[in-house]
Design a protein around this ligand. Structure first.
Ligand code: HEC
Length: 134
């Protein structure tokens, strides 16, 4: 009787461990899903970001608040889901005319987005999201 128990439980236990390990591997893998082709920002968009946004939203920035919200130089490190979120945020702040901040523009008026630049950024953010979720 004892022996039969071991014959049944041992394989079951092994099976249980293997499937748990497999499932957790699968889900951690999916959570970290980075875009397969990598995430590249087109040159013209990069130039606009560089002029009007990058100064505050990069890892070396002195603005902790800005860094917490968006790191343009780290976008390609994000999971797909987070990237979609950040691109959505970018579209939103452009739409609402919230970025660059007014105070900053008062000091550096030449860093304001022209309406063409704002449109390009918004279109790019939208297209990039569509590309990521298709
Ligand atoms: C002078 C520094 C500065 C510049 C330039 C700047 N930002 Fe920001 N940005 C900030 C700060 C500070 C915050 C955080 C605001 C807060 O927490 O209320 C922020 C927040 C954000 C957020 C998060 C908004 C939210 O509510 O989650 C996004 C997205 C963003 N900025 C995008 C941009 C884009 C795009 C540009 C260029 C067009 C830009 N920023 C230019 C300082 C800057």
């Amino acid at each position: 009787m004892k022996k039969t128990g071991a014959i049944i439980w041992l394989p079951l236990t092994v099976f249980f461990f293997i499937s748990t390990a497999f499932i957790s591997f699968q889900s951690s893998h999916n959570n970290n899903l980075v875009p397969e082709e990598g995430f590249a920002i087109p040159d013209d968009v990069n130039q606009i970001l560089e002029t009007s946004c990058f100064g505050c939203h990069n890892v070396e920035s002195s603005s902790d608040k800005a860094k917490k919200k968006l790191l343009i130089d780290q976008l390609s490190e994000l999971s797909k889901a987070k990237l979609v979120g950040k691109l959505g945020d970018i579209g939103e702040v452009i739409e609402e005319n919230e970025m660059p901040p007014e105070k900053f523009l008062a000091k550096y008026p030449d860093k304001a987005l022209t309406s063409d630049e704002a449109k390009r950024l918004k279109d790019w953010a939208e297209e990039a999201v569509n590309e990521l979720i298709k």
